[in-house]
Design a protein around this ligand. Sequence first.
Ligand code: MN3
Length: 204
Amino acid sequence: MPYQLPPLPFAYDALEPHIDARTVEIHHDKHHQTYLNNLNKALEGAPDLFNKAPADLLKDLNAVPEAIRTAVRNQGGGFVNHTFYWESLGPGAGGEAQGPLAQAIAKAFGSFTAFKDKLTQASVGHFGSGWGWLSVDQTGQLVVHSTANQDSPLSSGFTPLLTCDVWEHAYYLKYQNLRANYVAAWWNVVKWDVVAARFAAAHK
Ligand code: MN3
């Protein structure tokens, strides 16, 4: 059974004015869909892999046959990263983390503002296409980092909590070359309740 594209969890225009409707529509219906189509195509030669969740493929790329490993890394990464990105965002969001996540962020980075600066820098400063992340590393520490192309933190044994897509297709229609303006706007649509739930699940 091929994987399916999860519907966008909000209307195309729900992230306005921070992320425009046309960008969201193309990003989900074309880019995300294409990663899924290419992942499904890659797995045609090894259909048993469809029994695994897509994220589990990324957690153990060595278990994927070598002939399709790069395709799974790129297309599977693209599929999983985008699902994760949409689930992280929504209207009426933004603000700051609350509760145990807020305490952990303050402990790891000094303050919420210092964390925000660090993830902004990792996202804006990432050279070329990729993603900025807040993750839990293999030792249980909160870390800010970036990945290139469609690489997933899952492939490094990290548990991702939040991500900012910094591929140009995520912002170019509205922000053109001004990635920093897109990242500044992106903070306004981060659903901290979702990030906190991921943090809680990672620390069970
Ligand atoms: Mn994207």
